[in-house]
Write a protein that binds this ligand. Structure first.
Ligand SMILES: NC(=O)c1ccc[n+]([C@@H]2O[C@H](COP(=O)([O-])OP(=O)(O)OC[C@H]3O[C@@H](n4cnc5c(N)ncnc54)[C@H](O)[C@@H]3O)[C@@H](O)[C@H]2O)c1
Length: 432
């Protein structure tokens, strides 16, 4: 166990930015961090809990760090506490139009944008419920930036309208950026920043959850038991142990999925336009051609970004790819819907090609995701068709949705806004 005292020297106390940075630092360690101050206790990995300490300038905080990596955690935390001292460079407040707001966005973003002034994020957010489309782009008049998510639409006409309205920055509160016309943004002088990595674990863990739920027919099993039906008919699954996993796209998320599959005792194959030799050297996976991966894998998990055009990934799972797969294959997509040609998938499902399919994303999902349509007539026939298959499980773009990921998304987005406002470096956040 490690403990140390820290006297808050920041004039604003432990305000949103230091709290977010502390929580981010603590999340990356196995050790538990407890912060005591003003007679209260906070969890180090929880930004809201840290803020609830109301630690003003002069407060003495006692930090206790317990766990196998406590030494490293303590030095990182001390580094962060040094870094959050206010700098005396004045900057004006950045006005942000936040599109497609959900209650869970407000939980973190409202707290982080509360403080104004030097050393803070210095961001003023106006929340709009509507997502960004050509119909709602006019709401951006008078804002410096728009903050958008995966289901917002920023093709050329929308980007040009944002530019006309005075917007200079698009803040993507997600990793993917296929919904923004980057050429148009460049021509309009609009900077595009994203959250390159928030929690690859959230997405990879959901990928395994989905495919295991489909493999072991969990939906059906739960409904049967609720119905007083304890027969096992129709629930037969497959062991993953000693099977072959094929990871298509071995970046941040794909690598974690490879490790999860390895943990199940699977042999892991990888395919990527830019193979990462280190993964092979450490014995995690073996790179093969796309064809070999499709032919040899029992479980195929998609983690490549959506790229249109020659050499891209649009419809990389089509009739031809499905024909190459083993009979009884399992397929999971937590990346982007258009990686799979839905008609080809449905044809394959009807022909009994797949033992199990897990989809967190699907073609044409934009009008559906994050919206309650339970009282509306169903408009999207893709959902209607896919949900009829007993071996397919569909979730609605929720792989990212963990507390750790939301906290990180808010912290990195606010840091991006601040870097833009203060003319600082963007690092990996910039999309060019
Ligand atoms: N469902 C969700 O909630 C959710 C959340 C976050 C990310 N995602 C999706 O997951 C995808 C992967 O995220 P990541 O953080 O691992 O990205 P990443 O950039 O770290 O990895 C992507 C990998 O794909 C490879 N790649 C690029 N172009 C390729 C091509 N044409 N053919 C084959 N491989 C190619 C890259 O070399 C890289 O290794 C994102 O693009 C995003 O679409 C989904």
């Amino acid at each position: 166990m490690k403990t140390f005292n820290y006297v808050v020297t920041n004039v604003l106390g432990i305000h949103a930015r230091p709290a977010a940075m502390l929580a981010q630092a603590c999340t990356n360690f196995k050790s538990a961090v407890v912060i005591e101050g003003n007679g209260e206790e906070a969890k180090g990995n929880d930004v809201l809990s840290i803020l609830s300490l109301h630690a003003a300038k002069g407060t003495t905080l006692k930090l206790t760090i317990t766990g196998e990596d406590e030494e490293e955690a303590m030095s990182k935390i001390q580094e962060v506490l040094k870094e959050v001292e206010p700098k005396d460079k004045p900057a004006s407040i950045l006005k942000v139009a936040f599109y497609g707001t959900k209650d869970y966005d407000r939980i973190f973003f409202s707290e982080l944008s509360k403080d104004k002034g030097e050393g803070t994020y210095n961001v003023d957010i106006t929340y709009f419920n509507s997502r960004l489309t050509s119909e709602t782009a006019h709401l951006s008049v008078g804002f410096d930036a728009v903050c958008i998510f995966v289901n917002d639409e920023a093709p050329r006409p929308v980007v040009e309208e944002l530019h006309k309205n005075g917007v200079k920055l698009i803040l993507l509160r997600c990793a993917g950026f296929n919904n923004v016309d980057l050429d148009a943004a460049k021509e309009c002088g609009i900077t595009v920043l994203r959250v390159p990595a928030y929690s690859p674990y959230a997405v990879a863990e959901h990928a395994m959850t989905l495919i295991q739920a489909a493999n072991r027919r969990i939906n059906k099993a739960v409904n049967k038991v609720r119905d007083n039906n304890f027969s096992l008919n129709g629930l037969l699954g497959l062991d993953l142990h000693n099977k072959v996993a094929g990871i298509m796209g071995t970046g941040r998320i794909g690598q974690i999925m490879a490790r999860i599959c390895k943990g199940y005792g699977m042999t892991v194959l990888g395919w990527d336009a830019y193979p990462n030799k280190k993964l092979e050297e450490e014995g995690l996976l073996t790179y093969v051609t796309k064809e070999e991966l499709l032919k040899r894998s029992d479980l195929i998990s998609l983690h490549a970004p959506l790229i249109m055009g020659e050499g891209g990934t649009y419809h990389m799972i089509n009739d031809e790819a499905i024909n190459m797969m083993k009979d009884g294959v399992m397929l999971v997509n937590t990346s982007r819907g258009p990686l799979i040609d839905t008609d080809a998938l449905i044809k394959g499902l009807r022909a009994n090609k797949f033992h199990a399919v897990g989809l967190d994303v699907y073609e044409g999902e934009d009008g559906n995701v994050y919206t309650d349509h339970s009282d509306d007539m169903m408009q999207n026939s893709i959902v209607a068709r896919l949900t009829t298959f007993p071996n397919l499980i569909l979730t609605s773009h929720q792989a990212f949705f963990t507390r750790e990921a939301l906290q990180a998304i808010a912290a990195v987005t606010m840091e991006n806004a601040r870097n833009f406002n203060e003319g600082l470096e963007y690092g990996a956040s910039e999309v060019k």
